[in-house]
Design a protein around this ligand. Sequence first.
Ligand code: NAD
Ligand code: UD1
Length: 343
Amino acid sequence: MKTKIIVTGGCGYIGSHTAIELIENDFDVVILDDLSNSTEKTISRIHKITGVTPTFVQVDLKDPVATFKVFETHKDAAGVIHFAAHKAVGESVQKPLMYYKNNFYSLLNTLEAQSVHGINNFIFSSSATVYGTPNTLPITENNETQRPFSPYGNTKKIAEEILDDFTKSNKSFSAISLRYFNPIGAHESGAIGELPNGIPNNLMPYITQTAAGVREKLMVYGNDYPTKDGTPIRDYIHVVDLAKAHVIAIKRLLNNKQETPLEFFNLGTGLGYSVLDVIKSFESVTNSKLNYEITERRDGDVPQLYASTDLAKEKLGWSADRKLNDMISSSWNWEQNLRSETK
Ligand code: NAD
Ligand code: UD1
């Protein structure tokens, strides 16, 4: 019998890549998603890549009754990887209550429903945003967390505090919070990738949409930061490397290898690239010129964020393999496939 893992938000960008890695590691995958930011087509795309169709249940995890019902059906699961959340930073500033409601109700309902059935292993999607503006670089897991700039970011920080309280009160329950740096890229098949809703906020989908002619021009938000070329530095990580880390993290919990009931790991490459570095790499990988313009800084951007990857290396035995060029070429491949599909 295969070990069953519930993947909330598994039709989304990172969840779908993780579902593939789980299937390839012989897990039985159950995806719970309300499709608020994704499509059911993801399920057939996962089948196309792996030859396996994961179980899919369309459910809004804000709804406690529906959530309890689905966990009753899948009470033989061994763990949960919780991706389901709203994630658009700008939208969260406009609609904070929507973000607090969705991200907390779905977290709390999931925790309650799974623990009723003794499903005591939980992986959480956190973000480097919990470090705010770091005082020291690279950022280690011991860096102090700060109140993030946005309500979205704050849902991640508070969720980690909720997990801290919950793992202290429920001695059988273990959780790992994975703090992602900047996930980009797509599966090498080109069959799945990020599906930004409307105008992208993030750099990579904005670049690929500009190159594809969907957007006229990329705005580079400021070149007066204290960095080598004045543009902000980030730690971009390939989504497939990120997905693989989730499989390792859930196995760690299933094998009782965790050292504390709640552990935190940074998921990044440890390398920082500026916005102009990314643009130059994109131009060189695709052998094209990108239309861009330097403009004002964006509120909430910090000059530099990159991870110390030591802890993940030491405790998880995980490090990212894929380079910036792989991230860019796979993002571009996905964008082109997406455009040919929507024609
Ligand atoms: P995504 O929007 O592609 O995936 C999230 C999925 O959750 C979507 O399929 C959406 O339909 C689903 N969902 C949302 N609310 C739900 C609800 N109430 N019930 C059921 N399903 C619901 O986002 P992603 O980029 O794959 O991000 C996954 C997780 O990682 C999120 O928690 C996000 O905050 C976190 N994260 C993402 C990034 C990033 O850059 N993508 C960075 C740091 C953290
Ligand atoms: C953003 C969020 C962060 C979230 C992460 C993943 C903010 C302030 N931060 O991180 O909370 O966890 O996404 O969803 O929104 N850039 C441009 N032009 C663009 C888009 C981006 O110049 O059109 C620049 C930004 O100024 C930044 C870099 O590109 O320096 C990366 O931006 P982005 O991809 O949005 O990621 P973060 O801001 O690091």
